[in-house]
Design a protein around this ligand. Structure first.
Ligand code: GLY
Ligand code: MN
Length: 461
């Protein structure tokens, strides 16, 4: 843990975040940061990632720490590093210095937490041993957040209210993550013609992120098999004629994420069929962003994307029928089976540890419809939210060869015409879109989406 040099915006945001929490909930709150997880033996660990709810109120990625919030008061529970620790890990800042940075009113060793935590609300963390610690210290069960009840449920609802929109501190970090992500994608495009495997492009992209002292905000997807939505294999050769789909995002040292996808031709030039489909996905991307502003229902944006894709596929002769009917029957979902996007912040799918409590407005439930069930966000948009817009087109064998789909959509799909697009396995175009009262600011707009600009970036090394 170190104190990053350029994080004053977060430091300045902390008091107001805690004050707003105290206005929403009048019970004490204890939040744990979590700990390192062992990889193969305890001293060899996965990189540490602090709980996002802790990060939101404490600002810093402190390992094995807890905070207690009550009214305007913040107490930090953090032990001094054990004697001998510095030999292997260097000198750590003193707990009192950290307490001063985050504006704590007091700093205590962990042994004092149990006495101070009784009656407090909390959110269960991901780290298993810390979960057990939460139960032991609070002397009660701490279910996963979608099942939270009582004071924990009240806390979750307050956190959702706060974290759904971003303050200036969060926005400053999100801009940094977006800028480094744009640089990573440009470097990935420029590296494509000298890489032989997907792994070569991945390495270049992640190298840019690491060289800015950031990490990846999720496991990178860099694949010529874009039809596998969360493909985490990087072993395939890059061959002329392939499209490479790269869904790669940076995370700042304080935990704020970007999430961007581009799809480009390995050869440096889209084929005529790839161009046709790319233009449809891009039209959906642009139309959705165009319609976003405070007050608009995100599900309407999803359905708009679905209509633009369906209309494009009708024009190409792949789908048959009236666009509204096709979307009503979820025919677009044969090719665009996921949602148009999600909220983004400290988590790439922000607050997804809360199930759908953040993504879905109170009283709304996931639809079981093929074309809606993977929609992660279904609430009216509000100024200050950051959402992704990520339409796509995929030829997923498991969907297109499913005999039930073949029967159901027999007359709506021209399967022979579709065969002519076999060099398009998967295309996705994704940007990070800041919602304002009157429209949007695309935080990742410096990364081109136009075909010709992308071809130029690939070909100009
Ligand atoms: N970046 C992966 C996703 O949004 O699911
Ligand atoms: Mn995404």
């Amino acid at each position: 843990m170190y104190l990053p040099p350029d994080c004053q915006a977060i430091q300045m945001a902390l008091p107001q975040r805690r004050q707003r929490l105290s206005e929403l909930i009048d019970i004490p709150v204890v939040l744990w940061s979590g700990r390192y997880s062992p990889r193969n033996f305890p001293a060899n660990t996965y990189p540490f990632r602090a709980s996002s709810h802790f990060l939101y109120f404490a600002g810093l990625p402190l390992e094995n720490a807890a905070i207690r919030l009550e009214g305007e008061r913040l107490e930090l529970f953090l032990d001094e590093a054990p004697a001998g620790n510095a030999l292997w890990h260097g000198e750590m800042p003193q707990p009192s210095d950290i307490a001063e940075w985050i504006g704590a009113d007091g700093v205590f060793p962990h042994t004092e937490l149990e006495a101070r935590a009784q009656g407090a609300a909390t959110v269960r963390v991901q780290h298993p041993e810390t979960q057990a610690q939460q139960v032991r210290i609070l002397q009660r069960s701490v279910p996963a957040p979608p099942q939270s009840t009582g004071i924990d449920r009240a806390l979750v609802e307050a956190i959702v209210t706060l974290r759904l929109t971003h303050d200036q501190g969060g926005l400053a970090e999100l801009r940094k993550a977006g800028a480094v992500t744009v640089a990573a994608h440009k470097a990935g495009m420029a590296a494509t013609q000298i890489a032989s495997l997907e792994a070569g492009v991945r390495g270049t992209m992640e190298g840019v992120i690491l060289s800015h002292n950031m990490t990846c905000s999720y496991n990178s997807i860099v694949t010529v098999h874009g039809e596998v939505l969360h493909n985490e294999q990087y072993c395939h050769p890059l061959q002329p004629g392939n499209l490479l789909l790269a869904d790669v995002g940076a995370e700042t040292p304080l935990g704020w994420a970007a999430d961007v996808t581009r799809t480009w031709p390995v050869s440096g030039q889209f084929s005529p069929t790839q161009r046709e489909i790319y233009q449809i996905v891009l039209a959906a991307h642009d139309a959705c962003i165009e319609q976003i502003k405070s007050g608009v229902e995100y599900q309407e944006i999803h359905l708009l994307g679905a209509r633009v894709i369906a209309a494009g596929l009708v024009d190409l002769g792949i789908l048959r029928g009236a666009v509204e009917d096709l979307v009503e029957q979820d025919a677009h979902a044969l090719f665009f089976p996921h949602g148009i996007g999600h909220v983004l912040g400290l988590d790439v799918h922000d607050m997804e540890d809360l199930g759908d409590l953040a993504g879905y407005a109170a009283g709304r439930r996931r639809s079981q419809r093929f074309g809606l069930k993977f929609l992660r966000l279904n609430r009216p948009l509000k100024a200050g939210m950051l959402v992704t817009i990520e339409p796509g087109f995929y030829q997923v064998p498991g969907i297109l060869n499913d005999s039930k789909n073949r029967d159901r959509y027999h007359n709506l799909v021209n399967w022979e015409r579709l065969d002519q697009f076999s060099d398009v396995r998967g295309i996705r175009i994704e940007d990070d879109v800041w919602v304002t009262e009157t429209g949007t600011e695309v935080l990742t707009r410096d990364l081109p989406t136009q075909l010709e600009e992308i071809e130029t970036l690939i070909n100009h090394r």
